[in-house]
Structure formats: structure tokens, C-alpha cells
Design a binder for this molecule. Sequence first.
Ligand code: AHR
Length: 497
Amino acid sequence: KKANVLLDKSAIIGKVDQRIYGSFIEHMGRAVYGGIYEPGHPEADQQGFRKDVISLINQLNVPIIRYPGGNMLSAYNWEDGVGSKDERPRRLELAWQVIETNQFGTNEFMDFAKKVNSEVMMAVNLGTRGIDAARNLVEYCNHPSGSYWSDQRREHGYEEPHKIKTWCLGNEMDGSWQMGQKTAEEYGRLAAETGKAMKQVDPDIELVSCGSSGSGMPTFPEWEATTLNHTYELADYVSLHQYFGNPDNDSQNYLASTMELDHFINTVTSVCDYIKAKKRSKKTMMLSFDEWNVWYHSHEDDKNLEKWQIAPPQLEDRYNMEDALLVGGILITFLKHADRIKMACLAQLVNVIAPIVTESGGDAWKQTIFYPYMHASLYGKGSSLQTIASMPKFDTKDFTDVPYADTAVTYDEESEELTIFALNRHLQEDVLVQFSMKDFKSFKVIEHIVLENPDLKLTNTALKQNVAPHHSGENHWENDELQVKLNKTSWNVIRLK
Ligand code: AHR
């Protein structure tokens, strides 16, 4: 198959906010305990953080990490996780039916975030709690001193405030699985009043209003319209969550599911703009896609887990080649919405539906999805460019007119680097793409990275990186055009300077 893509330096969708390459650590499964934190492990530092895990996270260049949940957030008492570790209570954690020891909490997470050079997206419990607990947490974290909670922080050994800028107002409050589920009206009012109090404590913070748990929710998109009616002027972002899977083993349909994602983003954007018009507001609401990933491989195993364990292996999806392709496609979709998506979190970061896996007491290793995520985070910088593509299309079970290849292009004026991300999602056909490079004629290809394997079900293991990128992508210049061969089912990163 043949295709054409036209690049234009001045056709800018939006500036890429580096925070779209964020991730998420929830207190669940082995994300914290046995993941980032394992005192006694040979790689543990003085605080118990695993240095091997830190080094892998640093390779991913993660700009922001959401914490502490997730479903767990909706019944969490943040006070349980601060102060002397000996006095911290063990609690029944209802969302995931485990024991939470609270040996790790807010301050430990702030220390950890520093070690991986990440900002923190903190979340407050709007399930079982509300205004008081939220404003106290902002005071504890961000107020310098001279008040009850800020002085508590100082007594706990943190003289300087954490200065956390970004705060989520609850998590998935539309979901029946949530402790303290709310109607859209109830949530909207509570979020608005809580956000107001939080901003009174620290006017510099940014707030994320809770969107739907996914586009399949029966209350979507009315939830967004009703809640934003209350939170529009106060919040800076509305959240989106979406997980993907291939339970029917229809890989062609699965790889086309970014079409649905694109539709979801467009719908939420439209609802935001509807509320903007309704309120005669000058403000444009931005999107925080703060939970996304593939999640389905572990569903069966999780049903058999015994309850009330400490850090059991929950949601430990083992990702294969096709999952890596889909993750690449999702990142391309985000880049194409760089004007509105300003933050996004790959859920999650370690062990729990994660690019990084640890063996308890043993090594840490990279899943297949590690690679496209790393490539986007390292090279998807600067401005996202609008391209004009003429691309052959096909149909799948759920989608029509699916382009064989999906591309996103970023241009970083500072480093003068151009990056083309390209996914060929077709199961049988290679695609030869002719990129018209009129503004980039003098550029040279620095590298053409490819992630591919004919076995779409191939996974990595602790012992072997079966799925890993190579650098032998095929491309050549023909006058002002860059001809790029996108092999069937491949993820490509073409870097030029
Ligand atoms: O990331 C796993 C879970 O997915 C989160 O706890 C929840 O917010 C979502 O349903």
C-alpha cells in the first residue's frame, strides 16, 4: 500500500505539554510495596526505594505521577500515612480488599518523586470524605508553617512545604464500584466547594474535575455536562479515563480502537466547549487523560486472589507485541490533541498494569509497552504538527475507514529536531509512506527506530527482552520527499535534525 503525508512547519495543533507522558502509582497490588518500595531488597536505598526501579523510571523520563489512587483513594485517610511509622494504623482497604499497612504515605511519595524527577498529581478523597480532609491535606503539604497541619509536617521531618501544584478532586466518582459514589449533581457541588476551600489555602494550585470513568459509562457524557456546570470556573482540567483490551482475540479490531479514543476526546472537548458557551466564559477547559492503558490480561487471575493480603499481585497484566502497538497508537492520538490534552497518566507505572515489573527480591524488567511510552516521552517534544494525509483505509468489526497507518509529528524548535511517530496497524500489509518535507528539506534522519515482531502475542520476561526495538528502519530521500517503509504491525520513530 502507498500513502502520502504532507508536513507543514507552521500548521501547529498545539504545544506538547510534557506532562502528557505522566504515569500513576496507586496504593494497590505490588505498585508501592514490592514495587517502588522494598526495604531489604539488595537494590533498596536507605529509605527502602528500589534503585533499579528508579533507574528504569528515569529511562522513561516521567514528568508527573498521579498518587495515591485510584479506587483506593475513595476511602483513604491521608492522615494514616504520615508521622511515625510505628503508630500508623493497618486498615482494611475496601476497594481492592487488601490490608493497607500505611508504612508508605504522602511524605515518602514526595521523596520518591524527587528521586525520579517527577512532579506529583495528588488526589483527594471525595468518596467517604470531603472539604475538611482535603483542605487539611493542602495545608499539610503546601503551607509553609505556623498552622496546625503545616507544623505537623515539619514535626514529621519535612521543614519545607512540598508545593504540590496539581490536585485531583476525587477519582471516578460516577462508578458504582467507588466508595461513596455520587450522582453528577452531588459530585459537582462537592467538588466545587472542596476546590474552593483548597484554593483558599493555596491559590496557586490547579484542580482536576472528575470526568467519567470511561466512554462506556451510561452517564457519559451527561456526567461531564452536569459536573462541569458546577466546577467549570474553578477547575483547570477535566479528567478522562479509558482502558483497552482484546478479549475476543480480534487483533485488527483491537488495533483500530484508537478510533474510539479519538471520538471520546472529541466528545469531551465538545461538552467542555458547550459549558464554556453556556457560561459565557473566556476560559477553555483542558483535558487530563489521567488513566489509560491496556487492561484485561489479568482479569481471570485476579478473581482467584485471596482477600485481605498485604500487596498481593493484582492487575499484573503481561503485555505482548500488539499491546505495545496499541499503546503507541494511543500516544499518537494524544499528540494529535495537543491543543487540549495537557496531562495524561499511563496507568500504572510499576507491577500494576505497568511498563515495569519487579521480581520480589529479584530483578526489575521492561514490558513491551515500555518502549513506545519511552520513545514518545523522550522525543515527542515541542509542537505537534497538523499533517495532511492521504492514507488507504479498511474496516474492522467495530470501526469503518480505519487508516492503515496513523502518524503524529512533533517539531522542537529549540533543538531543531523533528520526530515522526508512525504506527502501521495492518496485520498483513506494509505501507510505503511518502512524507512531503517542504519545510524540512535540509534535515537528515538521525535514526529510525522500529518495534515489530510477527508474533503479536509475544511477551517479555524477567530473563528475556523478546520484544525490543531495533534501529534498522527503512527510509530514503527522493528529492524533497522522505520515503518510509512501515512494515505491517510495526511502531516506528523517525528522528530527523
Ligand atoms: O488503575 C486501576 C483502576 O482503574 C483505578 O484504581 C481506578 O481509578 C480505575 O478504575
